[in-house]
Ligand binder design. Structure first.
Ligand SMILES: Nc1nc2c(ncn2[C@@H]2O[C@H](COP(=O)(O)OP(=O)(O)OP(=O)(O)O)[C@@H](O)[C@H]2O)c(=O)[nH]1
Ligand SMILES: [Mg+2]
Length: 567
């Protein structure tokens, strides 16, 4: 059985008396016999009746194909599915019922022509579809039912087992009560979930992706950054796996088998969310969400989530909401349930108040409204800026990778107390201060939102109003965390964003910060190589050289541009 081959037919209710699966080449009489299966029912408390079992095994022997029924909790036949001699492909049984502590309310009983035990696919379907039970009945040579293998899920345990296998010598010796078993399990799951909820933080499995166009080392570094992002978002990372693939799978990104492995693992570890270190296309996100009842996030969403958590000002909040909605919009085509898990964000912090009753048209309207307001923002900001800087002081803007120490540097230079924290994206709203130079010279110095590799496009667009301020800068201080082994790549990422904002022609000084974290002289050596300045914002060292360089640029190199500046 291959559950991930979800068919999207637009409904998940079975059609009356329709036989699903591999029906090609069956005789009318054989099809007819199967259709009549829908009229049978079994006792809710028995796995299957000996009569129905015999009906299935005789049919299987005659056609040399597996056949299975999905029975609901009342014991009614909901689906009849035909396979080939080795396997059965389940139709899309829908996600009704199966919340995170519910089972599907369906049990699968099917035939195995060689009396073989349950297969990997059987177990995968049991776990991922959260079936009440999976059973396989041996078809004996004479067509009568033989021994029965069955498996059901189990509550969390120290061994990390997801299911328990049992065997009965014949259908007459099947003593497992599927109804009582399922109800007891659901109670257990609900209890475990409440216990974890009170524990607070969501538990996440991270999935790194490398291969084509991304070396193992790059993928590992990126996964490390995803960890930092997760920490910042307040998620507990319980496991991280790296997938190296030559080809990206258009449906599932990492391939169906790998995805199943990860989903099973996440069930074992009782994860709440899987975070992919990649950007999932809308259709990948929807496919993956449909294969699991866990919450699925990608890197962009995680970043958006952090922004949503940290936005303080109403401007900031508007901009984040716009970015979130723009991201969500093309994904609003899945079924309601997978949608709410895609739209949920960490701890349910979806965009705005819209998370429960999202519909595309309303989202579209909201996007238009937000865009208009942000357009207005950008104008009023320009007016405010002109006013603030009526006497035409030069503007010095601090830019750099997130967590590089930009706010700390602003604070240290100006003696102020802008929030500086060891998390990513501590700063979202720009701040300006005055900074005095010797000889009564003054400048305006601004601190703004940090950059990150592959900053989501929607976010850059939404933060246009904030980032536009950088166009007023006479000088950019590009702060680098010299103590981060990945500083080189971070410099590149920042420069590529500056390029996309058309800011590369503004004079720029590389400031190698956190010199105190490196052996003496090392930051200075780096700075020398890249024509920058080494400082420690925390220990206030290197400032003299830094200010000197700023003066040089502002009052010597850029003198003409500066004096010609309109008010
Ligand atoms: N050791 C050391 N730590 C520093 C230095 N400068 C900043 N930090 C620390 O680095 C962390 C990030 O500093 P912030 O000033 O918040 O960094 P930022 O660039 O403004 O970060 P975002 O606003 O999140 O993009 C904080 O924990 C600071 O205390 C430094 O010179 N030396
Ligand atoms: Mg900051």
């Amino acid at each position: 059985m291959l559950s991930l081959a979800c068919r999207r037919e637009g409904w998940s209710e079975p059609r009356l008396e329709e036989v699903h699966g591999n029906t090609l080449g069956l005789k009318q009489s054989q099809l007819h016999a199967l259709r009549r299966t829908y009229r049978r029912r079994v006792d809710a408390a028995e796995v299957i009746s000996p009569e129905l079992a015999r009906h299935l095994t005789e049919w299987s022997r005659e056609t040399n194909r597996q056949v299975g029924v999905l029975l609901d909790r009342k014991g009614d036949v909901q689906w009849v599915v035909v396979g080939d001699a080795r396997k059965l492909v389940l139709p899309d049984v829908g996600r009704a019922r199966a919340g995170s502590h519910r089972l599907r309310g369906l049990r699968l009983v099917h035939t195995h022509l060689d009396g073989e035990p349950l297969t990997r696919d059987d177990h995968t379907d049991l776990a991922l579809l959260r079936l009440d039970l999976v059973a396989a009945i041996e078809v004996k040579d004479d067509g009568l039912p033989g021994q029965v293998h069955l498996a059901h899920l189990v509550p969390q345990n120290a061994q990390g087992a997801l299911w328990k296998d049992e065997r009965a010598a014949s259908v007459h010796e099947l003593f497992y009560d599927p109804l009582a078993g399922a109800l007891a399990l659901e109670e257990e799951f609900a209890r475990a979930q409440t216990a974890r909820r009170t524990g607070g933080r969501e538990r996440a499995i991270l999935v790194g992706v490398g291969g084509k166009g991304r070396s193992r080392a790059e993928a590992e570094a990126s996964l490390l950054e995803l960890r930092e992002l997760s920490r910042t978002a307040g998620v507990e990372v319980i496991d991280a796996v790296l997938q190296l693939r030559r080809e990206i799978d258009p449906r599932t990104l990492i391939g169906k088998g790998k995805l199943e492995d990860i989903l099973l693992r996440s069930m074992q570890l009782m994860a709440d969310v899987i975070i992919f270190d990649a950007d999932l296309s809308p259709s990948q996100a929807i496919h993956i969400a449909e294969a699991t009842s866990l919450k699925i996030l990608d890197r962009t969403q995680l970043i958006l989530d952090i922004f949503a958590q940290r936005a303080q000002s109403s401007d900031g909040k508007l901009q984040v909401e716009l970015a979130q909605l723009k991201y969500l919009y093309p994904r609003l085509v899945g079924r309601d349930d997978s949608l709410s898990r895609l739209a949920g964000g960490i701890g349910g912090r979806g965009p705005g108040e819209t998370k429960l009753e999202i519909d595309r048209r309303r989202v579209r309207d909201r996007i238009t409204a937000l865009e208009r307001r942000i357009e207005g923002l950008s104008e009023s900001r320009a007016v405010r800026r002109r006013k603030r800087n009526e006497n035409g002081l030069p503007v010095l803007s601090i830019v750099g990778y997130t967590n590089a120490g930009k706010s700390t540097l602003l604070n240290a230079l100006t003696g102020s107390e802008v929030l500086a924290e060891d998390v990513l994206f501590a700063t979202l709203d720009p701040t300006s201060r005055r900074l005095r130079f010797p000889r009564e010279r003054e400048v305006i110095i601004t601190d703004t939102v940090g950059f990150i590799r592959d900053l989501p496009e929607d976010l850059v667009a939404a933060f246009r109003a904030t980032l536009e301020e950088l166009h007023d800068a006479d000088l950019l201080l590009h702060v680098v965390d010299a103590a981060d082994p990945r500083w080189d790549g971070q410099v590149e990422a920042v420069e590529s964003i500056l390029r996309s904002l058309d800011l590369l022609s503004t004079p720029r000084i590389l400031v190698f910060n956190k010199a105190d974290r490196l052996p003496p002289g090392q930051a200075e050596a780096l700075a020398h190589q890249r024509d920058g300045v080494a400082v420690s914002a925390a220990e206030r060292t290197g400032f003299e050289a830094l200010l000197h360089r700023c003066e040089q640029v502002l009052w010597r190199d850029a003198r003409v541009a500066f004096t010609g500046r309109p008010g």
